[in-house]
Design a binder for this molecule. Structure first.
Ligand code: ADP
Ligand code: MG
Length: 348
């Protein structure tokens, strides 16, 4: 960064804690009738008049969950909100409010906070959510951001992990493995850059997988579509740790087994091409790569007709009795047992 550009940055101490909170809250406009009081009192006041509320929280720590070397702050703010909205949506609830808490070291400027919050506001705008509070504090090193999301649904609308039944159809939304491949690309280019800081990262032609890791979306569109079609999934989860891992959770909590079919799994061309180039198996990225924030859900077989032509929803298999185990049926060869695999499995 040029020296004169650097000079313009405002230290947070210029505003102080209360000044910074005011600065953050100035841009917030409340959208939901359920939000009675937002930022500014000791606590927010919400009114869901008879609806059930779902509450979820995720914490993102610099160096553990994100790397500011290749994560723009705006994207980080957006993603920190999205990962929480995705959990609300996975309960078949509509996200309504978020609470955002941040701890920052002295290296962050007011401008950096503005960048981070521009992504937070953008996600609030896109998903109709109100920012109703938070906490602001300093940290010894780096940035920590914690988001809590609140959503609402009628009691009978809420979908748990435990409701899958034998013969239900297993569905997944969108495509899988792209976020993982995006991360592999960023990590690779980071290593190249560290070895030779004069090189430019080679990221062209990979817009899709990069957007999947840096700027994911929550599938609010899908749960709205399912409501329109009068379909209530029997069980549902969002795919944050990889399809295999999420299916194992559903099977465990629903006391069932499953069969999914390799030829039904959607993998984007960009993800498949990069996986091949990096000597990784695209199928493994789809099964075990995380952070796609798609949904996996089960439906009554009677609902299959209603979803079969919807582009964003793919039927990938079916629920079996628990004794039949949890397997993927490959295009050829023996069934492969689903495992919540770790790192080593990615090597071909
Ligand atoms: P307290 O001392 O009671 O914790 P704060 O001064 O931390 O109060 O917060 C005052 C108000 O500002 C509260 O409504 C709180 O939720 C809100 N707030 C604090 N930090 C943030 C933040 N980073 N983003 C949004 N709202 C915040
Ligand atoms: Mg506080």
């Amino acid at each position: 960064m040029a020296a004169e550009e650097k000079k313009k940055l405002t230290p947070i101490s210029d505003l102080g804690e209360f000044g910074l909170i005011e600065h953050i809250s100035e841009k917030v406009k409340i959208k939901n009738k359920e939000t009675r009081t937002g930022i500014g009192d000791d606590a927010a006041v919400l009114d869901f008049s008879g609806m059930q509320t779902v509450v979820t929280s995720d914490i993102l720590v610099e160096g553990v969950h994100f790397d500011l070397m290749y994560t723009p702050l705006k994207h980080l703010g957006y993603k920190a909100v999205i990962v929480n909205l995705s959990d609300v949506v996975a309960m078949n609830a509509i996200p309504k409010q978020i609470i955002v808490s941040i701890a920052m070291s002295g290296k962050f400027s007011v401008e950096a906070v503005d960048e981070l919050y521009s992504g937070i506001y953008k996600a609030c705008e896109a998903y109709g959510v109100d920012l109703v509070g938070g906490d602001t504090t300093s940290s010894v090193t780096g940035l920590t951001i914690s988001v809590t999301a609140i959503g609402a649904a009628q009691k009978e609308e809420i979908v748990y992990r435990s409701g899958a039944r034998e013969n239900d159809i297993i569905c997944a939304t969108g495509d899988l493995g792209a976020a993982y491949m995006g991360l592999q690309l960023l990590e690779r280019e980071k290593e190249v850059f560290k070895a030779n800081p004069h090189t430019q990262p080679e990221l062209s032609g990979n817009d899709y997988i990069l957007s999947r890791i840096l700027k994911p979306e929550a599938r609010l569109d899908v749960i709205k579509k399912l409501r329109e079609l009068l379909i209530k999934p029997t069980a549902m989860m969002d795919i944050s740790d990889g399809l295999s891992s999420e299916l194992l959770h559903i099977c465990k909590q629903s006391h069932c087994g499953c069969r999914i079919y390799q030829d039904k799994l959607a993998i984007s061309q960009e993800a498949a091409e990069l996986a091949n180039e990096m000597n990784l198996e695209p199928l493994i990225a789809a099964l075990n790569g995380g952070e796609d924030y798609e949904l996996v859900f089960t439906i009554d077989p009677a609902d299959y007709e209603k979803i079969k032509d919807i582009e964003q929803i793919v039927a990938i298999g079916h629920v079996t009795s628990e004794e039949k185990g949890k397997y993927m049926v490959p295009k050829s060869g023996e069934n492969i047992e689903l495992k919540a695999q770790g790192w080593n499995a990615y090597k071909k």
